[in-house]
Design a protein around this ligand. Sequence first.
Ligand SMILES: [Zn+2]
Length: 73
Amino acid sequence: MDNGKLNPGQWLVSDCGKYPSENSCKMVIAAPIDQKPHFMNAVVDHAGRVHGEKDTPEFRSNLEKTIEEVNVQ
Ligand SMILES: [Zn+2]
């Protein structure tokens, strides 16, 4: 990271600000696409701690649908 810019390449992004939540969470989590398992654990951990979600296979599969792939130039 340099000057607040992400390194070029494919990134996975989870943006809480795009979904309504009781605490108006605006957290953004991002990771290079080759670190998907680590990224998913971070997103699930955040969802559990901040949003009270349970880490179940169903929750993870719903979560996958909300994750964006961003091509950083
Ligand atoms: Zn959140």
